[in-house]
Design a protein around this ligand. Sequence first.
Ligand SMILES: Cc1ncc(COP(=O)(O)O)c(C=O)c1O
Length: 362
Amino acid sequence: MTEHRIYNFNAGPAALPLPVLEEIQASFLNFKGSGMSLVEVSHRSKWFDDVINDAVVRIKRLLKLDDNFEVLFLQGGASSQFFMIPMNLLPEGRSADYVNTGTWSTKAIKEVELQGKSADVVASSKDRDFCYIPKNVVFNSDAAYVHITTNNTIKGTQWAQMPDTGGVPLVADMSSDILSRPFDPAPFGLFYAGAQKNMGAAGVCVVVIRKDMLERVPENLPSMVKYTTFAAKNSLYNTPPCFAIYTVQLVSKWLEEEIGGIEKMAEINRQKADLLYGFMDSGDFYRGTADADSRSFMNVTFRLPSEDLEKQFIQEALENGFGGLKGHRSVGGCRASIYNPMPLKAVADLVDFMKTFEKKNG
Ligand SMILES: Cc1ncc(COP(=O)(O)O)c(C=O)c1O
């Protein structure tokens, strides 16, 4: 079956490491001698306890999180964090700083405003259609937190470094670059990621929260939207998305045991991005859409000389085993998502295909 698999450049749900898929397949009918599949065992069983506990331990080790941080597995996608964050962490009468770098930040800001709370948009790249990350942003020292989107999946931009917020807790949507590069977790009050891009299968959002932030959670929120509910119960307050958490465990194991950790992963990610951007910059047929200093190492967005050529490129790429190269429906163009599981060889093969396509059509 594996010989029919294509290179999957989708933005999410996205490619998973082949060894992870193989382990799921091999253990599916009889998980760890239980006589049941993982999706049939109780979430209160020893089998599932081992899965969720191992996932937490590995994520903490990979991200170098000390005991000040809790790792939570929540449902409702990264999109639910857009409203849960202000509900839990933004007290009445205070304001939070937001940097608007595209569709996902815009949605996050809207959810604050829907609650009648104040989001101060301290910087935005809307003036140039979100093709860059704002620089030298000045934050309010009395902000309840500062929210950023570390990687902008649609526009293909990424914060090269996390901003200095001068002690105000940083809150970040890392849906499309978590576990792709090392960073210092200390300034973060919370960060979160829908698992379906870089961490596993759709259905779970990983939320990492610093324990002191839990003190802000108002008592009178519904239980299912309070971080404290899940922190008190190891994410097992109600039935969790067991299968998705299992995939996060396996991807974390793959990252530790087969790749050798986040530093090694970041080096491979740099090589992949350098290869693709380097090739695009060597001519003018493929045109990157993000400013060079704001380019994403995860989502490489580009245009061809015409929309007809883009359509033809995406179609012929698929026929040659390269799937998912269509840009997001809101922006058009092309996008190659080269998350952690995408091997360097796949990017090298894509560049070869792009060269051939250009020779024929350039
Ligand atoms: C950066 C970012 N944030 C949030 C989301 C929304 O995630 P979800 O579909 O898990 O709600 C996405 C989805 O593509 C994303 O790329």
